[in-house]
Write a protein that binds this ligand. Structure first.
Ligand code: HEM
Length: 487
């Protein structure tokens, strides 16, 4: 009754709930995409729900994506939401523990190291890591077997990312202490830390110890590299060691160390969740896995050579696999912003007050039949021009040619594409190209070595685990593998 009587006509409709503070926390938390879709049907594209006592306004669809992700800096703020979670994990003075203008400069420093030139070096590094992983892993001994694929993909992701982005010296430490330390850091990302960030949670001691230890490992490495006067390996650490903020201030070592942690953590969950989904999708469609193998044989020859960056461009289906998997399984389902001043919603009488948090969910438009025919179907071929399931996205929204620089390089000005797995606007992902190179290389190498199928031979796909901040396949996600004869 209260929810009906005290309804403010200028505020978005409030999702009905029985209990004041809990609100819709449980239905949202169990399956966010379903929650968004069901409530969009009931209340329209813009609605509010109670998340742990906080009025949270969801605005889905392309206009919602634009409204939130391209919000002006005086209207919306990301760091206010994320800092409680990220600062203890990354460390001080980077990403969300500094003014936004500083983050923009830091993103620019990191992006400089993510060029085509760098990717040419990364592909052989990544493919070697994948080969050597499958060779030494006891789970892939023999001709065939079954395996819970997600933890394997998590390991492959950390080995490939750390080696490519941070160099061999850091990579080698992942066989020893670093893997455990990163695991402890990771506990800082559990949702309970988000809810109870003020509480002395027992595992936070280990998180804080891990943060200090990992930061010291990076700082010692920086010092050694500086003493050696190194100029050879132009990886991200090297670029940061040679970067200056506006005004000529060099990036301090502790900030370089903290950015190294942030970079690895930012990519780890999203990339490893995506590669796990790809492997599970391939196991459910062995015919597509065969097409991928054939694509490589046709494009690169039967005697498959070492993979190069240029080779990846010759494998359009391999590229489409990543694109289509991110359409259905984007690991970041909710992107949040604090509201800094009342925000009128264009074309409506609605105004979002500063007491609300805004939530963008680009996954909703990515699975909207209006843009993607048969949206729930995983069909990598839909990205081919003449496919019956090709997306109905006009050129102007698909490839917005108007570009803007928020301080870290040019990005598309509009956020109105229905397909935004890497976000948009000033907080847009800088790791998109790296993630694509990494994922495409991992998939191509895996397809060369193995045939996958579901253990029961069906086309079924496992459900999604939303219990962590990044969504991923439920575990155990067991698939059957068989080595190709030629290996
Ligand atoms: C930001 C997705 C991989 C580094 C973002 C955002 C999304 C995203 C949606 C926007 C978050 C927001 O607006 O609040 C993904 C996906 C990935 C991926 C789906 C892989 C499949 C990576 C990798 C790196 C990375 C590999 C590092 C090499 C970053 C950074 C930001 C970001 C630094 C900027 C945060 C900000 O400005 O607030 N990513 N990402 N990401 N990502 Fe990624």
């Amino acid at each position: 009754l209260q929810q009906v009587l005290f309804k403010n006509p200028n505020e978005p409709p409030l999702v009905f709930h029985w209990f004041p503070v809990i609100g819709s926390t449980i239905t949202y938390g169990m399956d966010p995409p379903r929650f968004f879709k069901e409530n969009r049907e009931k209340y329209g594209e813009c609605f509010t729900f109670i998340l742990l006592g906080k009025k949270t306004t969801v605005y889905v669809g392309t206009q919602g994506n634009e409204f939130i992700l391209n919000g002006k800096i005086r209207d919306v703020c990301a760091e206010e939401i994320y800092t409680v979670l990220t600062t203890p994990v990354f460390g001080k003075d980077v990403v969300y523990d500094c003014p936004n203008s500083k983050l923009m400069e830091q993103k620019k420093f990191m992006k400089v190291a993510l060029t085509t030139e760098a990717f040419r070096q990364y592909v052989p590094i990544i493919s070697d890591e994948v080969l050597s992983y499958f060779k030494r892993s006891p789970d892939f001994k023999g001709k065939s077997g079954t395996v819970n694929i997600s933890p394997k993909m998590a390991q492959i992701t950390i080995f490939t990312a750390s080696h490519a982005l941070q160099g061999k010296e850091i990579r080698d430490q992942f066989d020893e202490s670093l893997a455990d330390l990163y695991h402890d850091l990771d506990m800082g990302f559990s949702p309970v830390n988000f809810m109870l960030h003020w509480a002395p949670l027992p595992w936070n001691k280990r998180r804080d110890h891990a943060q200090r230890t990992v930061a010291k490992i990076y700082m010692d490495t920086i010092k050694r590299r500086r003493e050696r006067g190194e100029t050879g390996a132009q990886d991200i650490m090297w670029h940061l060691m040679n970067s200056e903020y506006k005004g000529g201030v060099k990036v301090p070592d502790h900030e370089i160390a903290h950015m190294m942690i942030a970079l690895l953590m930012a990519g780890q969950h999203s990339s490893s969740s995506t590669s796990s989904w790809i492997m599970l999708r391939l196991a459910s469609r062995p015919d597509i896995m065969e097409e991928l193998y054939q694509e490589q044989v046709d494009a690169l020859g039967a005697d498959l050579p070492e993979l190069t960056y240029e080779d990846l461009a010759k494998l359009p289906l391999n590229q489409a696999i990543v694109k289509e998997t991110l359409r259905l399984h984007a690991p970041i389902h909710s992107i949040m912003r604090a509201v800094k001043q009342p925000m009128p919603v264009p074309g409506t009488k609605l105004v979002i007050p500063t007491s609300h948090v805004l939530l963008a969910a680009p996954g909703v438009s990515a699975t909207d039949p209006h843009y993607f025919p048969n949206p729930e179907l995983w069909d990598p071929h839909r990205w081919e021009k003449d496919s019956p399931n090709a997306p109905a996205i006009s050129r102007s929204t698909a490839e917005d040619e108007d570009m803007i620089d928020y301080g870290y390089g040019l990005v598309s000005k509009g956020a109105s594409s229905p397909y935004l797995p890497f976000g948009a606007g000033r907080h847009r992902c800088i790791g998109e190209q790296f993630a694509n190179v990494q994922l495409q290389t991992i998939v191509a190498m895996t397809v060369r070595l193995f045939k996958f199928r579901n253990v029961d031979g069906s086309n079924k796909v496992i459900g999604t685990d939303y219990a962590s901040l990044f969504s991923r396949p439920l575990e155990p996600a067991v698939i059957a593998w068989e080595r190709r004869d030629s290996n």
